[in-house]
Every structure is written in structure tokens, then in C-alpha cells.
Design a protein around this ligand. Structure first.
Ligand SMILES: NC(=O)c1ccc(NCc2ccccc2N2CCOCC2)nc1
Length: 246
């Protein structure tokens, strides 16, 4: 998968992709990341990339032409068609389903706005979809782009080893994760649930599932509805709630 990032700070996103699983995906050739700075395509001796907004008001708006030239350069760098995604608070909310959808493209071009955003005509002409990583305001789209790079990199075939993909799957089953413990067994902060020391893998799997169900019910009941619970799941959750009520 190839990702091109259009940003006034392209090294920002490159750095986020230099570590861990994402860095390894890059080394394995599973993901290639390229940055394009609109300032390199800005005309005039001030190389302007922004201008005051028509209609007045605070802040500046990013100009059409430097962005358009940077997007064109990114498109031209590889023959494969690219999906252009604008990182914006007005976008469709990113979730794992959307991550999977984005990860299926051969190429993504991520457009990162700064200032107050981008001239609407550029968005209408070049952007395929707006994506938001959540309902909050950031100083630029770069952090949102880095989130997408990380999430889609993990889904590239070969990016994760067996343990890592098991963890990924546990999050993708639509429930919150169960609690985790490691040594020491006894600690001033407390002990470890006995079932985890029992060596009974069926009991351990059941306890972990019950914890995931219980925590999801407590913290994110909205996720429960679409998690598609089995009858066994419902029984486990009932027992969890009964234990809490006791
Ligand atoms: N939730 C998100 O995915 C998200 C994404 C980007 C982003 N900021 C860049 C930006 C992009 C587009 C429009 C405005 C802006 N902003 C520029 C700075 O001022 C605020 C508005 N913020 C949050």
C-alpha cells in the first residue's frame, strides 16, 4: 500500500510511521509513505500557501493552487489510482470498519489542512471523502493522518506476527478488551485473578470473554448492540451483572 501525505509538515507524519509495527511494515515493503509539501509548489518569492478568507473573519485559508499542484505531483508519482481523503472535523467518523475500507485501497492521498482549513473549491475538485478521527479540534490534520497511517498499516498482510494479529482480532471483535496481568503474582497493588493461574484454558477463555462482555456493558453499552452476542455470551454477561449486584 502506498500513502502520500500532503502537509506543510510532511516529516511530522513520516516520524509517526518510523516506529514499531508501522516502521516494520515500511521496512517489509508492505507500506510506502511519501510526503508532499504544498509550499514547494507555491508561487512568488513569499511562496504563499494561505490567504485571508473572503467574507472576513479570523484566520487564514489554504490556497487552491499549491495544494492542487502537490496532489497532482503525488498522483503522478505512481500509476495506481489513489483515494484522496481530507482529514477534517467535518468528516465521516473513523472507526475500525472505515479503517478496513481505507486499508483495502492500493493508494491513499491524505490531505492535511492547517490554518482554518482549505478553500472549498479544492475540496470539491480533488477530495473523495472527508474523515474525522473524533469530535475535537486539532491544529492540523497531520495527527489525524498519522492515526490513519498506523491503523491501515496494521491491516496490511504480513504487518503483524501471530501474537499481534491475535490482539488486533480481540479488538476487532467489537468488544472492549479484558484485563491483563503478568508477574509478580503478589504485589502491593494486589494479586492476580486465580482463574488465570489455574492452567485451565477453557476456564481462562471463558473468564476473559466474560470480562470483555462485562466491561463493554459497563463502559460502552453502545458497542454491545452491534457485537452480535451469542446465547453463551448473554449468559456470561448475566452472570457478570449478577455478581456485581451481589
Ligand atoms: N477531528 C479531526 O479529525 C480533525 C482533523 C483536522 C483538524 N484540524 C485541521 C483542520 C482540517 C480541516 C478543517 C479545519 C481544520 N482546523 C484547522 C485548525 O483550526 C481548527 C480547524 N482537527 C480535527
Amino acid at each position: 500500500m502506498r500513502i502520500d501525505v500532503i502537509s506543510l509538515f510532511p516529516e511530522f507524519v513520516a516520524q509517526c510511521a518510523a516506529f514499531g509495527v508501522v516502521g516494520r511494515a515500511g521496512e517489509r515493503g508492505l507500506l510506502s509513505l511519501h510526503g508532499w509539501n504544498p509550499r514547494d509548489y507555491a508561487e512568488g518569492n513569499y511562496r504563499r500557501v494561505d490567504e485571508r478568507p473572503f467574507g472576513g473573519g479570523p484566520g487564514m485559508v489554504m490556497l487552491i493552487e499549491p495544494l492542487r499542484a502537490a496532489i497532482r505531483a503525488a498522483r503522478a508519482a505512481d500509476p495506481a489510482p489513489a483515494r484522496v481523503v481530507y482529514m477534517s472535523p467535518q468528516g465521516v467518523r473513523l472507526d475500525q470498519a472505515k479503517v478496513r475500507e481505507l486499508a483495502a485501497h492500493e493508494r491513499l492521498i491524505l490531505l492535511c489542512g492547517r490554518y482554518e482549513g482549505v478553500d472549498e473549491r479544492l475540496i470539491q475538485a480533488e477530495v473523495d471523502e472527508d474523515v474525522s478521527i473524533g469530535d475535537y479540534v486539532l491544529s492540523g490534520g497531520e495527527l489525524a493522518a498519522a492515526v490513519i497511517v498506523d491503523a491501515v498499516a496494521r491491516l496490511q498482510d504480513g504487518a503483524l506476527n501471530d501474537a499481534e494479529s491475535a490482539v488486533q482480532d480481540s479488538f476487532e471483535d467489537g468488544l472492549l478488551d479484558c484485563p491483563h496481568y503478568t508477574r509478580p503474582v503478589e504485589h502491593e497493588l494486589g494479586g492476580v485473578p486465580a482463574v488465570l493461574m489455574s492452567g485451565n484454558h477453557a476456564h481462562i477463555a471463558r473468564w476473559r470473554r466474560q470480562q470483555s462482555l462485562g466491561r463493554t456493558w459497563q463502559r460502552r453499552p453502545d458497542l454491545l448492540d452491534e457485537a452480535g452476542l451469542s446465547k453463551a455470551d448473554r449468559k456470561l454477561l448475566e452472570a457478570y451483572r449478577a455478581e456485581l449486584a451481589a
